[in-house]
Design a protein around this ligand. Structure first.
Ligand SMILES: Nc1nc2c(ncn2[C@@H]2O[C@H](COP(=O)(O)OP(=O)(O)OP(=O)(O)O)[C@@H](O)[C@H]2O)c(=O)[nH]1
Length: 391
């Protein structure tokens, strides 16, 4: 028996990883697939939104694979191996969906031969039974330029890919947007000349091809990748976690991502008015701008409480909600997960409550706190830039 191929599916926040994964998992050829979904924060939602078939096996890891100390990916692969050995599950490939903020270097380092050393029997078993067979990076044409500029993770995800897929190309209908796609492709090819670039909405695009076994060789991806992997080794030696804010489970999921990234959830048990909720999302998105990195949620609508609404905001883009036929689990409360760049939970919670309860003055106060957080992050960004220029 050969080694089981492991594919990493990555891409910045909201790039469309779960959407593509659902498409692939619905293909009968992928019935024998194990999926590892990594969620940023304890109140993740992906495990509810990715549709796992009866013959597929899924594991969710919380925290961030690139930040959790030790080797979470190896322990999850080991657990799957033990279950397969006992005949409890069966799979021919593993797909790891990372969080949108994942730095791929530590993950690749743990999975490739000659990467992070095997520390015990478990790691030896993982190395003997699995091989990294590809890194697929999705690039959202709507937000990627901003993401690449503002978040090193987005650029690294592109650099480590052997397959790049452009998503949301269906939204580019006018000639200027189509020209922009051409420019984006040039930019991506400059960042990573070795990867193939596909378009998720081209009629001949077959996502199954992305998860076919192949040799993944970081050395062919250029000096940057080799350098980052070497750096990874150095970081591993001293943990490298300069965490400024402890996240969940006593781990430090925010460590690699800078002190400004916040992740938090808002839950509500009473059903929510559609119009007030729509206003909340739009006003939040307008006031926070690119500092609102991601919102996703399941919402219990007052008029249709049995059909949850799935909502997505990706930076400035607020997507039309999708309506599910039924709740994916027993938990029927509204759950919203936020990832922000420098915006604290409190004013967002205040804005949410004020919008739903129709309290204008409180909403105004919350908005001015959000506006000042946005201005502060811009100011600190400017100060940093000035320091770089003067140094
Ligand atoms: N129009 C359009 N919308 C898309 C496409 N791919 C994803 N979306 C939408 O983009 C939003 C985010 O998609 P997800 O699949 O949840 O993105 P993700 O990368 O899994 O998100 P995170 O796990 O939070 O990083 C959803 O509203 C999707 O319906 C696409 O190709 N075209």
């Amino acid at each position: 028996m050969g080694k089981t191929p492991v594919f990493v599916l990555t891409g910045f926040l909201g790039a469309g990883k779960s959407t593509l994964l659902n498409r692939v998992l619905a293909d009968p050829a992928f019935a024998d697939t194990a999926i590892i979904i990594n969620e940023f924060g304890d109140v993740g939602l992906d495990h509810e939104l990715v549709r796992i078939g009866k013959t597929q096996v899924a594991r969710t890891t919380t925290g961030c694979l690139c930040c959790t100390v030790g080797s979470d990916i190896r322990s999850t692969l080991h657990e799957l191996h033990v279950l397969a050995h006992a005949g409890e599950v069966s799979f021919a490939r593993v797909i790891v969906e990372t969080t949108g903020l994942a730095d791929p270097a530590p993950l690749v380092n743990q999975l490739m031969p000659g990467g992070a050393p095997a520390l015990g029997l478990r790691d030896h078993l993982v190395a003997r039974n699995y091989e990294l067979a590809g890194v697929v990076t999705l690039v959202d044409i709507v937000t990627s330029e901003l993401s690449i500029e503002n978040h090193f993770e987005a650029a690294k995800q592109i650099a480590f890919a052997d397959r790049i897929v452009l998503t949301k190309t269906d939204l580019a209908r006018d000639p200027a947007s189509i020209r922009d796609i051409g420019r984006l492709k040039e930019h991506l090819a400059a960042l990573n000349p070795a990867a193939t670039i596909d378009d998720a909405h081209q009629s001949n695009f077959d996502p199954a091809v992305l998860f076919q076994r192949r040799a993944y060789t970081p050395a062919t991806l250029g000096d940057d990748v080799t350098g980052w992997l070497a750096l990874e080794e150095a970081i591993r030696g001293n943990d490298g976690h300069g965490a400024t804010e402890t996240g969940q489970s006593g781990k430090s999921p925010l460590a690699r991502h800078g002190g400004r990234i916040r992740t938090f959830a808002i839950t509500r048990t009473e059903p929510i008015g559609r119009e007030a909720f729509g206003k909340f999302l739009n006003v939040l998105s307008m006031s926070a701008g690119p500092r609102l990195l991601r919102v996703k949620g399941l919402v219990q609508d007052r008029d249709e409480p049995e059909q949850p609404r799935v909502i997505h905001v990706v930076q400035h883009a607020v997507y039309p909600p999708t309506i599910l036929d039924a709740w994916p689990s027993e938990d029927r409360q509204t759950r919203l997960v936020f990832i922000t760049d420098g915006i604290d939970p409190e004013p967002v919670r205040q804005l949410f409550e004020a919008a739903l309860d129709g309290k204008q003055i409180q909403a105004g106060r919350a908005l001015s706190r959000i506006a000042s957080a946005v201005a502060d992050t811009f100011r600190s960004g400017t100060a940093r830039l000035a320091r770089v220029l003067i140094d």
